[in-house]
Unconditional design. Structure first.
Length: 142
């Protein structure tokens, strides 16, 4: 969690499974559930505080756990894939709309067309394949 002029934002570095869609969908569902529940269930500081004498908090109070979040990393899925749509939701009513508590692709929000980027290259059957497997997703409120 980082405090910014826009308020606190939770940042996640993510690397999803590379083998199967089903496993990635399970991982995404877990992350989405965690994102929706954590501001109500846990704070950003976790664990048992059994060494009071160490004062590792610097006598500060625990910061809030915001909804605002940014997910970055290797999602092993391309724009438009079922995994990508699970994160961003189905096509919005208005093209390019970013919903307040839903994730949006930061590259598209920045004005890049879908499939404009590639983060992975592999020679398959004599043809160079270029995929965008890495993404940065931001919540619509950002």
């Amino acid at each position: 969690m980082i405090c910014t002029p826009c308020g606190p934002i939770r940042f996640f570095s993510i690397h999803l499974a590379h083998i199967g869609v089903g496993e990635r969908l399970e991982q995404i569902d877990f992350l989405l559930d965690h994102r929706h529940c954590s501001p109500f269930e846990v704070g950003p500081w976790r664990g048992k505080y059994d060494e009071v004498h160490r004062k590792w908090t610097g006598s500060e109070t625990e910061p809030e756990c915001p909804f605002a979040a940014i997910w970055m990393g290797d999602f092993n899925s391309e724009p438009g894939s079922v995994e990508y749509r699970r994160i961003t939701g189905e096509a919005p009513y208005y093209a390019g709309a970013a919903y307040y508590q839903s994730f949006a692709d930061a590259a598209i929000c920045a004005g890049l067309p879908a499939h404009a980027l590639h983060t992975h290259e592999k020679l398959i059957g004599g043809t160079m394949q270029m995929w965008q497997l890495d993404h940065c997703f931001v919540v619509g409120m950002l």
